[in-house]
Design a protein around this ligand. Structure first.
Ligand code: B12
Ligand code: SF4
Length: 630
């Protein structure tokens, strides 16, 4: 079987290393809370697409996220038949760097390019590749490797970790529900990349819910991000998810992308019941006229979301043809009145493959220096550089307006971490006495999140810039304490420590220390996997008693054992002994998934449960609902 390596471009990334200023590993710190300095929430994001492709192949596959050049070389020297590389336009030069290494250290490997950088022409990409993927990547690779393409796709588990003041405070499970978007906004790369089609990776609400449950097996309260461009547009699928959540009886915390048009299809009750408590809404511009902006009046929609504990990340475009510095100012005022929790401001820019790009090129409006130097143009496809001749504004005016928007957002609304607490508090107050039991549970969840945030107030009161901001943080703290009680001694101690951590965070930012992740390496179906894998993997296969076992090593040291077929007493004894042996030798968490058993003897199940009881703090057993085991 061919061996496959999938990799991102190499680190270090960033302005100091020749990239455009915003290019790095983070969404919030890089593109949203960039003016918020030490108060910015931080989370490194891996290349999710690579994890998705790897999960769905049969070939042994290694995935590297952000290797250094040295680490990439070391991996290449292990010998691979195919090397897939994911890149975007702004990392085109990085792709070339990596391909040069692949050619040198794995000269026989076939090179496959994927990701949104492949909007470039064959002519530009052919010298750097053997194959180019411009579609959903798992099926593309299956076809390329001669594997079956008709099996249902599997969903990887990918977890992002959020840090505040350099401390990890929560984990988020990523759900990949779909690609592309039918709305076709003229500037939108992903919509036009998939030819305005929506490709469902998870077809039904039940499938989405099942993936969420898998994350919750790892951490019961894990929050979820659903990556799917206009997730709520498909009402049927979203309402199926809502039904599953209601049936499950446990409130969720889901962040998703949704347009005004899509959101307008739901009542706030439906949104909250679905578990959605965070949405990314494109505000764009008041006169931008995209179809997705049609629906409920935006002021009414935002106010309702806010009052029900739903945080909003909203994005505004700077540099639309009708805008002048005064109009941008007016639009910014309007946006600030909506009190978004997080805000992104991007410059209207042309990406190859979009209608806006076609228009700009046909009218010769790309700045001459960029038109003459395509490499510099691609490098700056980030939303932070004015690249197109504007009817009334100079590039400097557009870029200054963007910077001002970010700083005004911070000055007027304060750091986003406090805005989040404010929204949770509103949600808590709204739902704590609700007649809907699910909402009362949701209030408890908000209370839990707020309580976890108790230690952040002191740092805000001491270190935030501006008297007004510090005063509003103090006022929020008072409201929180009035609603949920004064801090405990431990929380007070944690608050003092948080000031230290916040100051340390400020210092690391100033000195540029610890700003790069280390490599993340995952292997899938590799024969030479590490020892822990071997211990568990020997459980795999058919048992003579009639059941079969599949083993997966999932993130967060979780081993997932699926048992299929029929389980009798003898087989259960052998299985239990093997599982207990693994648990004894390893510290991993174990999920024993019996949901796909066709038949089982009751005594066999009882034995299995009994044998694993000693490890109950690390073991979860999933059984079909109708069995109703404890
Ligand atoms: C998560 C994300 C990030 C993360 C992670 C980086 C990443 N590229 O995955 C972070 C926050 C770091 C990030 C940063 C940036 N991003 Co970004 N990001 C996204 C986002 C929101 C989701 C991508 C995703 O993971 N989707 C889920 C997975 C499952 O789907 P997928 O990526 O499409 O992958 C599938 C296929 O495309 C394909 N595929 C992908 N790679 C490969 C590789 C191979 C070998 C194969 C065979 C197939 C394949 O197979 C996958 C499964 O079907 C997209 C917008 C979007 N909604 O898609 C923007 C997007 C990719 N980002 C974009 C941009 C501009 C950036 C930044 C330049 C922003 C900036 N101002 O700095 C930086 C670049 C930094 C970097 N390191 O690359 C643009 C790219 C436009 C372009 N043509 O270049 C997008 C499309 C947003 C947009 N609408 O403009 N980003
Ligand atoms: S709604 Fe969002 S994802 Fe869809 S086309 Fe418009 S900008 Fe792109």
């Amino acid at each position: 079987m061919p061996r496959v390596l999938l990799t991102s471009v190499c680190r270090p990334l960033g302005e100091a290393y020749g990239d455009a200023p915003s290019v790095g590993y983070e969404l919030l710190y890089g593109q949203v809370t960039r003016a918020q300095g030490l108060f910015s929430p931080r989370a490194n994001h891996v290349q999710f697409g690579l994890a998705y492709v790897a999960e769905n192949l049969e070939a042994p596959t290694t995935v590297l996220h952000y290797p250094s050049k040295k680490e990439l070389i070391a991996e290449l020297e292990k010998g691979y038949d195919y090397v897939g590389l994911s890149f975007v336009l702004s990392t085109f030069h990085r792709m070339k760097e990596a391909v040069t290494l692949i050619r040198q250290y794995a000269p026989d490997a076939k090179i496959v390019l994927g990701g949104y950088g492949t909007v470039l022409s064959d002519e530009e990409l052919a010298p750097w590749s053997d194959y180019i993927c411009r579609e959903e990547g798992a099926v593309f690779m299956q076809r390329l490797l001669g594997e079956r393409t008709d099996a249902p796709q599997r969903h990887p588990l990918v977890i992002s970790r959020l840090r505040i003041f350099s401390r990890e405070i929560s984990r988020t499970g990523m759900v990949f529900a779909g690609l592309g978007c039918p709305n076709g906004c003229d500037f939108c790369c992903t919509s036009h990349f998939f030819k305005r089609k929506h490709i469902r990776l998870l077809d039904t609400g039940k499938q989405i819910y099942d993936v969420i449950r898998r994350y919750q097996e790892i951490e019961p309260e894990m929050s979820i991000v659903v990556l799917d461009e206009d997730f709520l547009l498909n009402r049927r699928r979203a309402m199926e998810l809502r039904d599953c959540v209601m049936e499950g009886g446990k409130p969720l915390s889901i962040f998703c992308f949704a347009s005004v048009k899509a959101l307008s299809q739901y009542t706030i009750t439906e949104i909250v019941e679905m578990g959605v408590d965070g949405v990314w809404i494109g505000y764009e511009g008041t006169r931008s006229g995209y179809a997705k902006q049609q629906g409920r009046p935006i002021e009414e929609l935002f106010a309702e979301l806010r009052d029900h504990g739903v945080s909003v990340l909203t994005s505004m475009i700077v540099g639309l043809p009708y805008q002048t510095p005064e109009i941008i100012e007016e639009e910014l005022d309007g946006l600030m009145k909506l009190e978004p929790t997080l805000t992104q401001f991007l410059i209207y820019g042309p990406t190859p493959g979009t209608p806006f790009y076609e228009q700009v090129m046909s009218e010769g409006r790309l700045h001459k220096d960029l038109a003459d130097d395509r490499e510099t143009y691609y490098r700056n496809c980030t939303g932070f550089k004015a690249m197109v001749n504007h009817p009334s504004m100079t590039p400097a005016q557009i870029e200054t307006a963007q910077t001002r928007c970010f700083s005004e957002d911070l000055r007027r609304l304060g750091p986003s971490i406090y805005r989040s607490v404010d929204i949770w508090l509103r949600g808590y107050e709204k739902f704590k006495d609700s007649s809907n039991p699910m909402f009362r549970l949701k209030a408890k969840r908000f209370a839990f999140e707020i309580r976890r945030a108790y230690p952040v107030f002191l740092a805000g009161k001491v270190l935030a810039k501006g008297d007004e901001t510090r005063a509003s943080i103090a006022a929020l703290e008072k409201r929180v304490h009035a609603a949920l009680g004064a801090p405990t001694l431990m929380e007070s101690v944690a608050s003092v420590a948080a000031v230290g951590f916040a100051a340390w965070t400020g210092l690391t930012l100033k000195l540029g220390l610890f700003q790069h992740p280390s490599i993340t390496r995952h292997t899938f179906r590799m024969p030479d996997e590490s020892l822990p894998a071997k211990i568990w993997r020997r459980l795999r296969g058919e048992d003579e008693a009639g059941h079969s076992v599949e083993v997966e090593l999932r993130p967060e040291s979780t081993v997932w054992v699926t048992v299929k077929g029929s389980l009798n007493v003898e087989g259960a004894e052998r299985l239990a002994a093997d599982l207990a042996e693994g648990l004894r030798r390893r510290k991993d968490r174990l999920v024993v998934d019996l949901e796909r058993l066709a038949a089982a003897e009751k005594v066999a199940l009882d034995d299995l449960l009994e044998q694993l009881r000693a490890y109950s703090d690390r073991v979860r057993i999933l059984v079909p609902q109708e069995w109703a085991l404890a």
